[in-house]
Design a binder for this molecule. Structure first.
Ligand code: SF4
Ligand code: ZN
Length: 343
């Protein structure tokens, strides 16, 4: 006889929940998964009635599940939110153009307004062009910095109050691990936060409603709900370090599934010793975006691209960057570094 759902004891169990090990039928799984996200939203007070919320949509499984569930919970529990989709077009042929088609279908399926902002439009550079210039080593640095600003700019154009992103528990745990491995205290402190307030003009508050949702369950949910999502990896994805952290995490998860949540809790509970210096946030003197340096990272990277010095802005040599950007004379040694591209 087939095993029955351990929740309703009526229907046949269709899956074993990766997070809890319970054998559930499809409907009981849907309900449990949706309820947990609702509880996360309520407990952290992520939204207020009347707010306009932009859902960062890439067409991938996480943001598709996020858009579907935000719409569902907004209706089921009367959150009173106005929802929109915001997509970033990095300009990656064969990857983003296809995934944007998925987002456009989601827009129809969920009847939500959609805004697409492109790197080409905002910066004059597509990722295809950037990779041609910088190669496949630091491309994700450019892409990550540009995406963060692009989402903010899209959100401001749409006048949204908040952006929610599809980061799931595995992503957060992975980021905690990476920040520990790099000793990046400032990021470690921020990365487990479920929501961030606006840090200055031009920065829209963000939140992660899927923070405690396991990637495996997101995949199961999307699969059983037959959601329309795009599952190809970016063709420029060389992020080897993150890849190792990911494999390590998956190995831990297979031994003990609670490892993912345990790592998130560890990150949340690490306190930073008094007296540890944190970067002071100011604004970029060129574009006005928040920055702890005179110029924000996006402006430095962009300047490097436009001047044919793509390594400008990679690494931590702020003094040299600032000298070059303000056209101060360089020492002989600095000249040498600049010519060799080793800075
Ligand atoms: Fe951008 Fe790198 Fe992600 Fe591709 S893998 S979308 S280049 S950050
Ligand atoms: Zn700037």
């Amino acid at each position: 006889m087939p095993a029955l759902c351990s929740n309703c004891s009526e229907k046949r169990a269709m899956l074993k929940r990766p997070k809890t090990g319970h054998s559930l039928c499809k409907l009981c799984f849907f309900f449990a998964f949706e309820e947990e996200i609702h509880q996360t939203i309520v407990a952290a007070k992520l939204f207020k009635p009347g707010e306009t919320v932009g859902i960062a949509a890439s067409g991938g499984k996480d943001s598709t599940v996020l858009a579907y569930i935000m719409k569902l919970l907004n209706e089921r529990y009367n959150y009173g939110l106005k929802l929109m989709l915001i997509s970033v077009d990095e300009g990656i042929t064969g990857y983003r153009d296809d995934s944007l088609e998925t987002v456009k279908r989601n827009q129809q399926q969920y009847e939500l307004p959609l805004k697409i902002v492109s790197y080409e439009e905002l910066y004059g550079w597509s990722m295809d062009a950037i990779v041609k210039q910088v190669g496949l080593k630091n491309n994700c640095t450019f892409c990550g910095v540009f995406r963060r600003q692009a989402l903010d700019r899209g959100a401001i154009m749409l006048r949204v109050d908040k952006i929610c992103t599809g980061h799931n528990a595995d992503d957060v745990a992975e980021t905690v691990l990476m920040n520990v491995l790099r000793g990046d205290i400032a990021r470690l402190r921020r990365c487990t936060a479920i929501s961030t307030a606006s840090e200055g003009d031009g920065v829209v508050p963000r939140c992660k409603p899927l923070k405690y949702a396991y990637e495996k369950e997101i995949v199961l949910y999307a699969y059983f709900k037959k959601l329309d999502y795009f599952s190809t990896e970016c063709i420029y994805s060389p992020n080897a370090y993150r890849g190792y952290a990911r494999t390590f995490l998956k190995d831990l998860e297979s031994i003990r599934p609670s490892s993912i949540i345990d790592i998130i809790h560890s990150g949340e509970n690490l306190s930073v010793r008094e007296g540890v210096k944190m970067p002071v946030q100011g604004t970029c003197s060129r574009c006005g975006y928040i920055s702890s340096q005179a110029l924000c990272k996006a402006c430095v990277l962009l300047e490097g691209l436009n001047r044919g010095l793509p390594k400008l802005g990679i690494g931590k040599h702020h003094r040299l960057h600032e000298k070059i950007l303000s056209q101060q004379p360089l020492t002989e040694n600095e000249e040498k570094k600049l010519k060799s591209g080793d800075f």
